[in-house]
Design a protein around this ligand. Structure first.
Ligand code: SAH
Length: 362
């Protein structure tokens, strides 16, 4: 049994079952044994591969979008480029390299802020950006970042923030808890606390027994904070994550270890733990803050931003092996059966017009 599993079991034995959200948070961010605190999650040797680690083109196209938002706003001088949850720092490195070509003045003038909760990943990001001419600042929390026209990006951030789980029972929706089974292993159980019916999405009454609803107050709270800043100072943001456009009633909690699914309760702190992001809930928060919001599938967004053309121009300078590699990357990022459909992107901006390639704002 891992150290974290032993400690969680000891805590439950003394103080009773814990919520899925508390379990989720301990698995990822326990200061001693949390997954993001202790492990190297990304890349071929890690547990999963994220879009910026698949291809430099991902960060380049994010740069194209953010620079065009900056231009649409009249090239404000007080811009702050913010990434939340930068992982290894790869996306920011690719983004800055592309932005320096597209709009040198933007990179010269903008302040760059990296918001990262893990001290270990902060050190890695500093290493990745050491050669970059830009001088980012690092912050453990968004509230530490100074005001200014915000250009913000986050990839696979919200899926790493905890969700709660509620299960439909004959007595209504009840919170799912993590408890101890008789054999001393961790097990799920249905707890006593219910859910304010006002928080349930449409259709909740028609769900069968056993249906699961996953509200994520930590995600909506972060989106509220981001949206309030953009509404106050102006700006535009892009959020990529895997999830759904409408709230559903499925259990999407999953653990991944060494590129394979792992039992959610098997190896706390040793496996990545995520759940699908409810983009409808995030979009509602940003819309309520007065922002212009649009959501698309990642594949559609990247292709409309010129992914295939970018691969073509990079490939033209190289050999057949490079072209094969690039077309593999396009496939992986954008094909519907790879990351193209499951991953979504949400844009939120203070600008009155929807920013291309999003055609509608709702
Ligand atoms: N964006 C990177 C990493 C995704 S993993 C990529 O695409 O490769 C999630 C990242 O978010 C990690 O860097 C993790 O440490 C960070 N993170 C999670 N919760 C956070 C929070 N509340 N504030 C800042 N960073 C957070």
């Amino acid at each position: 049994m891992s150290g974290l599993k032993r400690r969680i079991a000891a805590q439950i034995a003394v103080a009773g079952p814990i919520s899925v959200a508390d379990y989720f948070a301990m698995c990822l961010f326990d200061p001693q044994d949390g997954y993001y605190v202790t492990r190297e999650p990304f890349g071929a040797g890690g547990d999963f591969v994220t879009a910026p680690e698949v291809s430099q083109m991902f960060g380049e196209l994010v740069a194209v979008w953010l620079v065009s938002a900056w231009r649409a706003a009249g090239e404000p001088d007080d811009a702050v480029l913010i990434e939340i949850g930068p992982g290894r720092g790869t996306l920011m490195a690719d983004l800055l390299r592309a932005a320096a070509r597209l709009a040198p003045r933007f990179v010269e003038r903008a302040r760059i802020a990296m918001v990262e909760a893990s001290p270990r990943l902060t050190a890695m990001q500093k290493e990745t950006l050491r050669a970059s001419p830009a001088r980012p600042s690092w912050h453990a929390r968004l509230e530490e970042v100074e005001a200014g026209f915000q250009l913000l990006v986050a990839n696979e951030l919200f899926d790493a923030l905890p969700c709660r789980q509620f299960v439909r029972t004959p007595a209504g929706w009840r919170e799912r808890m993590v408890t101890l089974a008789e054999d001393g292993e961790l097990a799920f159980a249905v707890g006593a606390s219910g859910l304010d019916p006002a928080l349930l999405p449409p259709g909740a009454d028609d769900q069968p027994e056993g249906a699961v609803f996953e509200p994520a107050p930590a995600r909506t709270a972060l989106m509220e904070e981001i949206a309030a800043r953009i509404a106050r100072d102006g700006g535009a943001a892009l959020f990529f994550d895997y999830g759904h456009l409408e709230a559903g009633f499925a259990d999407t909690l999953q653990a991944v270890r060494a590129h394979r699914f792992d039992g959610v309760l098997e190896n706390p702190g040793e496996a990545d733990l995520t759940s699908h992001v409810d983009f409808a809930a995030l979009a509602r928060v940003a819309t309520q803050a007065g922002l212009n919001v649009a959501v698309a599938e990642q594949g559609d967004f990247l292709l409309a931003m010129g992914l295939a053309e970018r691969a073509g121009s990079l490939g033209a300078a190289g050999d057949e092996a490079l072209r094969r590699k690039l077309s593999g990357e396009v496939e992986r990022l954008a094909a519907p059966d790879r990351m193209g459909s499951l991953f979504k992107v949400m844009a939120a901006s203070s600008l009155a017009l929807p920013l291309p390639p999003f055609t509608q704002a709702d």
